[in-house]
Design a protein around this ligand. Structure first.
Ligand code: 3PG
Length: 410
């Protein structure tokens, strides 16, 4: 586990605490309404509530969307949702570090909560800079001046070296929030000393990431077996010399991932039998599901799922596992005819005794759709940050907390 400070290391009563959370949520492009409040609930019910209950003056920093994108909206709705979720008054100011925001911070009383404007309204927020460089900005300096402590609870943004993620750690005593702590604890359980056998299930459309994750977890003795599905499974099949047929090969070409097949083959040769590829697949013929053995490929139809034989083999491996990581669904579960692979694999994970960890937008949505959320040991709130962590990358947000802790202790 990383060495950072937590809320337990600080006296919080009466302190102005800047808390960086990740409220970034899916937004309806037409109505601009938030479609899912999972992240707001997670931070609200843990870190924000605790800070308020302990008498801190809580100043919430968060981003939503990316400038120029339809989901780039103010945080007013997030503040309203937070108030409803935690049942405590939440103030909101449509300003990030101007006079309005600073006055609102100065007038906070113990236990009060204030949400500031979307951090990405600050034009240099997303510049990839070191904590010290970001700390020179007016945004970071003017808010740090009014605060006593910085808390980073935004594990889901920890892969971004952005101003509001790392900048304050250079100027203020800094701690990890409860969600940050919880995410890192769950992840270290599967990455540092996983109970064996440890199985990684890699699906979804991000085949490039799947290769990097497979490489890291095999080379570092973390995973015993990697099960591939989704577009990842297709690409790994191609690496073994299979021609999937025109529509499927074209899709991989469009994603510009065929160049990875050499690396995948090398990895599979170095770890024989440890990376599983589908034995059969399900294609769509006139709107209906049809299963084909891999030996019957190529096909002129699009492949949308793994087939029964693959489901059977993967489920058996999952049943024997003691640690399981799921990143990406094995099939296009959004299409009712092709939910079978995702359903059966996730059900096998849910009914296993293993410690299971799942993450990523599509994976979590599939788990929720299938009503299996309660049966997965840990569901991460993160997308990109989780992927980078699983690849063995050091996350700048976490490194900044560790550096701040070593300075505070010194
Ligand atoms: C996420 O949703 O993965 C985080 O909030 C980071 O968002 P970003 O990819 O726009 O930086």
């Amino acid at each position: 586990m990383p060495k950072f400070l937590t809320l337990d290391d600080f006296e919080l009563e009466g302190k102005v605490v800047l808390v960086r959370v990740d409220f970034n949520s899916p937004v309806d492009p037409e109505t601009k309404k938030i479609l899912d409040e999972t992240r707001i609930r997670a931070h609200g019910e843990s870190t924000i509530k605790e800070l308020s209950e302990k008498g801190a003056k809580v100043v919430v920093l968060a981003h939503q969307g990316r400038p120029g994108q339809p989901d780039f909206i103010p945080l007013k709705q997030h503040a309203e949702a937070l108030e409803r979720i935690i049942g405590r008054p939440v103030k909101y100011v449509d300003d990030l570090y101007g006079e309005k925001a600073r006055n609102a911070i100065k007038s906070l009383k113990n236990g009060e909560i204030l949400v500031l404007e979307n951090t990405r309204t600050y034009p240099e927020e997303r510049k990839k800079r070191s904590p010290e460089e970001h700390a020179k900005s007016e945004f970071v300096r003017s808010l740090a001046e009014l605060a006593d402590i910085f808390v980073n609870d935004a594990f889901a943004s920890a892969h971004r070296s952005h101003a509001s993620v790392v900048g304050f750690t250079a100027l203020l005593p800094s701690a990890a929030g409860r969600i940050m702590e919880r995410e890192l604890k769950a992840l270290s359980r599967v990455l540092e000393s996983p109970e064996k056998p440890c199985v990684f299930i890699l699906g979804g459309a991000k085949a490039d990431d799947s290769l990097k994750i497979s490489k890291y977890v095999l080379e570092n003795g973390i995973a015993d077996t990697v099960l591939t599905g989704g577009l990842t499974g297709h690409l790994f099949l191609v690496a073994t010399g299979v021609d999937l047929g025109k529509p499927n090969m074209e899709l991989l070409e469009k994603q510009d991932v065929l160049k990875l097949t050499g690396g995948i083959k090398e990895l599979m040769d170095s770890y024989p039998g440890r990376v599983k590829v589908p034995k059969d697949v399900a294609v769509e013929v006139e709107g209906k599901r049809k299963e084909l053995s891999v030996s019957d490929l190529p096909t002129e139809y699009p492949i949308y799922d793994i087939g029964a034989e693959t489901i059977e083999e993967y489920s058996r491996i999952i049943r024997d596992a003691k640690s399981i990581v799921v990143s990406g669904p094995p099939g296009v579960y959004e299409k009712p005819e092709f939910i079978k692979g995702t359903k059966m694999i996730l059900e096998a994970v849910a009914s296993s005794e293993a410690f299971s960890l799942a993450g990523g937008g599509h994976t979590v949505a599939a788990i929720e759709k299938l009503g299996l959320s309660d049966k997965i040991s840990y569901i991460s709130t993160a997308g990109g940050a989780l992927i980078e962590f699983l690849m063995g990358e050091k996350l700048p947000g976490v490194a900044a907390l560790e550096n701040a802790a070593s300075r505070t202790k010194a």
